[in-house]
Design a protein around this ligand. Structure first.
Ligand SMILES: *[C@@H]1O[C@H](CO)[C@@H](O)[C@H](O)[C@H]1NC(C)=O
Ligand SMILES: *[C@@H]1O[C@H](CO)[C@@H](O)[C@H](O)[C@H]1NC(C)=O
Ligand SMILES: *[C@@H]1O[C@H](CO)[C@@H](O)[C@H](O)[C@H]1NC(C)=O
Ligand SMILES: *[C@@H]1O[C@H](CO)[C@@H](O)[C@H](O)[C@H]1NC(C)=O
Ligand SMILES: *[C@@H]1O[C@H](CO)[C@@H](O)[C@H](O)[C@H]1NC(C)=O
Ligand SMILES: *[C@@H]1O[C@H](CO)[C@@H](O)[C@H](O)[C@H]1NC(C)=O
Ligand SMILES: *[C@@H]1O[C@H](CO)[C@@H](O)[C@H](O)[C@H]1NC(C)=O
Ligand SMILES: *[C@@H]1O[C@H](CO)[C@@H](O)[C@H](O)[C@H]1NC(C)=O
Ligand SMILES: *[C@@H]1O[C@H](CO)[C@@H](O)[C@H](O)[C@H]1NC(C)=O
Length: 464
């Protein structure tokens, strides 16, 4: 062995350690915990390793989870709760205290790498928290440095509704109510600290709102022949995800920050949903997530049309179906796993399992919009002692919502709680769906195509 081979060896070692310091393109997972039937943290961490995830995001700083992640190779993203933003924004002591209590005890044995301040803050109605966001981010970052936690990048995840225009991608523009006062200072901070712009991107929602305009395969990253050209740049798009990511790039460029790196803090596709929700099925969820993994793990990285070759670190949403998430049925069905820990479909976040090794997927049955009437009825798993309260709420929103289930009304008999509740929820939904009312009621109800009407008792319905 001469000096030359030693040198070569050193060189190889040096270059490989350099490349491992580069941003990994292997995907991560969002570990949401809004379920009352989920495995304990230790088992969840084993399941996350089994999915071959590289990163994991939690929506708080749950100490049991951070403990369970100790000594693993998973890069961890944690979150400052929305509720603390206002207080921290004017109080460095509070920021220090929060970092000291929630981060310091776990660092470095738990590989905390990303500290996100709040979750999709700019998607809720305007309030002072919007304008306190960046001051809080700065204070948290100051504390992070003070405690010597230099490897941790600080940022905040925003949803795509931060854009007021996203098509064509080169027209990407931040909403005017946040552009100057929030986005510019945020991007200035992210650029200065070499952090990431964390974005939640769901082609599913974009497609589901216009399923006859956008091609499903284009949204699933599954199209071989559909292209969309951007007349502003001449760039050619082959899938909706690239289009959405580039719209964010162009919005950043428009306000003077073209080079802040993007990080997809959430993306995914629901494996089930209500009867009124198109395209939420196992076939599409598996197809989308597998294609996203393929796209981001391919070497060398392909990036997007506007930023070819650039790695976009990505987290899939979510680890589990979470039965306590509010909103329409899809919200509770974004998981890769059932709450009992079994896979809903085969998936490998390292991208190393070839498609041919997965079992055949069930056929998609709801890719066409459902047209017809639907009703909102009590779900089989509903807790009867909670129905009364939900019913009073439903009946209390409108003036005549529940007239027919009063004594003498056409739907009074049978005088049973469930029958009355079915009427109340259907009547509520038919009046309020158009203004945002949902058929959820804390999980007590589900939408159905089956008309509960009988005899002269006609249940109000929603028409799709
Ligand atoms: C914020 O500070 C006020 C005043 O100290 C306190 O009453 C309130 O509980 C704090 N809010 C939170 C969410 O900690
Ligand atoms: C700042 O936070 C600290 C720690 O929670 C608290 O003791 C102090 O009263 C706060 N200061 C102000 C001005 O609210
Ligand atoms: C303001 O927005 C934040 C973030 O979404 C939310 O947590 C908080 O409840 C809102 N405050 C008010 C007064 O609406
Ligand atoms: C570009 O965005 C603006 C709003 O920012 C919108 O009015 C306009 O229609 C968009 N252009 C195209 C070609 O969609
Ligand atoms: C962003 O950061 C780069 C590198 O640190 C710097 O050269 C550039 O001026 C910054 N951009 C802005 C708009 O501040
Ligand atoms: C793309 O290919 C599919 C399947 O071969 C075909 O059905 C479709 O018509 C083609 N679309 C276009 C725009 O060429
Ligand atoms: C896990 O849950 C799913 C969905 O409820 C069910 O189909 C499956 O049989 C369960 N698996 C085990 C091992 O219990
Ligand atoms: C049903 O709801 C009641 C009231 O909220 C609660 O006390 C009870 O534990 C619940 N039962 C079940 C089986 O969840
Ligand atoms: C209830 O009736 C009153 C009086 O007719 C009307 O002003 C109000 O808008 C109604 N409320 C709803 C929710 O329909």
């Amino acid at each position: 062995m001469g000096c030359l081979s030693t040198l070569l060896l050193l060189f190889t070692l040096a270059s490989s350690s350099f490349s491992s310091a580069e941003i990994s393109s292997q995907l991560g997972i969002c570990y949401g915990q809004l379920g009352n039937n989920l495995p304990i943290p230790k088992n969840s961490v084993d399941l996350i390793k089994g999915l071959k995830a590289k990163r994991v995001k939690i929506y708080d700083t749950n100490p049991q989870i951070l403990d369970a992640l100790k000594g693993t190779n998973l890069q961890v993203s944690v979150m400052v709760p929305n509720e603390l933003i206002n207080n921290i924004s004017t109080n460095q002591t509070l920021a220090d205290q929060w970092v000291k209590n929630n981060i310091v005890p776990f660092y470095p044995h738990t590989m905390i790498r990303y500290l996100l301040v709040g979750n999709e803050i700019l998607s809720s109605p305007p309030n002072t928290t919007w304008f306190n966001l960046v001051p809080t981010i700065r204070k948290i970052r100051f504390s992070v440095k003070k405690f010597g936690l230099g490897k941790i990048k600080v940022g905040t995840p925003l949803a795509i509704d931060m854009l007021e225009s996203s098509f064509p991608p080169s027209n990407g523009t931040f909403r005017s109510d946040i552009s100057e006062k929030v986005m510019k200072p945020l991007l200035h901070f992210l650029n200065r600290t070499k952090s990431f712009f964390f974005i939640d991107v769901y082609p599913y929602f974009a497609w589901a709102s216009q399923p006859t305009v956008i091609n499903l395969d284009y949204a699933l990253l599954n199209s071989k022949n559909i292209t969309v050209s951007d007349p502003g740049t001449g760039l050619v798009y082959t899938n909706l995800l690239d289009q959405m990511i580039d719209a964010v790039y162009y919005a950043m460029k428009r306000v003077g920050y073209p080079d802040v790196r993007l990080f997809i803090a959430e993306t995914g596709w629901p494996n089930a949903g209500g009867v009124d929700q198109i395209g939420a099925n196992i076939y599409n969820a598996a197809t989308y997530n597998r294609n996203v993994i393929k796209k981001f793990t391919v070497k060398p990285p392909i990036g997007t049309p506007a930023k070819p070759g650039v790695v976009v670190p990505t987290l899939l949403f979510a680890l589990y179906n979470e039965n306590q998430k509010p909103g329409p049925g899809t919200e509770r069905h974004f998981g890769l796993l059932y709450p009992n820990g079994t896979n809903i479909y085969g998936i490998d976040l390292s991208g190393k399992t070839p498609e041919s090794e997965y079992k055949a997927l069930p056929r998609a049955r709801n890719n066409e919009p459902y047209t017809g009437k639907i009703w909102c009825v009590v779900s089989r798993s509903a807790n009867a002692s909670e129905l009364g309260g939900a019913m009073s709420y439903a009946c209390g929103q409108g003036n005549r919502t529940c007239d027919e289930i009063q004594p003498g009304g056409k739907c009074y008999n049978p005088n049973s709680l469930v029958s009355h509740a079915n009427y109340a929820f259907s009547s509520y939904w038919s009046q309020f769906k158009s203004s945002g009312g949902t058929c959820y009621f804390n999980g007590l109800t589900i939408p159905t195509k089956k008309d509960p009407s009988y005899g002269s008792c006609k249940f109000p319905s929603v028409t799709l």
